[in-house]
Design a protein around this ligand. Sequence first.
Ligand SMILES: N[C@@H](CCC(=O)N[C@@H](CS)C(=O)NCC(=O)O)C(=O)O
Length: 218
Amino acid sequence: MPDIKLFFTPGACSLAPHILLHETNLDFTPLLIKPNGLEVDFPSDYKALNPKMRVPVIVVDGEVVTEVPAICTLISQLSPNNKIMGATPLETVRIYEWLNYLSGTVHAAGFGLLFRPWRWTVSGDEEVHVGIKEKARENIRAAFELIEGRLTEESTFALGDELTAVDAFLYPLYRWAVVSAFDLVPYPKLGSLIRRLEGRESVRIVLEKEGLERVTEL
Ligand SMILES: N[C@@H](CCC(=O)N[C@@H](CS)C(=O)NCC(=O)O)C(=O)O
């Protein structure tokens, strides 16, 4: 049995691997990194673990891995019978296509700008930050529109009838849109997907462990 540790912050993108570790029934130790408002209270020795100073980090038998798509891949490799990274080579390609978009565009160029605009300009001017946040909201709306267009009513999950890493990553992104007061009415298929995810045991356990409430109606 591999020794698996997951460093997470409640409600952060670390929700994605946290959910997948429960979906795959792998034994692991969750290690809490406390939030402090918009910042995160990283312990003083965290920089040695992840010089990028971000969650999630997974450590498997001493091997440190960062970045959500890489961590999802590792979890999938530790549980070869699951289909979280796709059942066929083409499905795996499609999953990377999604994960790259969710990580690079929706997370970084959307919520990254919205939550911490000061990191994207040398200006300390509050008005500049407000402008960046407005642009971030525009980026997020455009991304959600694209995602909504890719989902189908016939499929249980984003890419068909099996839960994949894409669903697990969509979950924190949708939660952030809820807490950021986005109008989510224009994305009914995405909303239904999130409701189905919140009905799963893995998500219910993770929400309880992270001390979070569900964001859809029962
Ligand atoms: N590209 C990274 C992004 C990681 C990231 O930005 N994590 C956030 C939480 S969602 C974080 O650690 N934020 C703390 C900070 O930005 O100071 C990944 O996919 O893991």
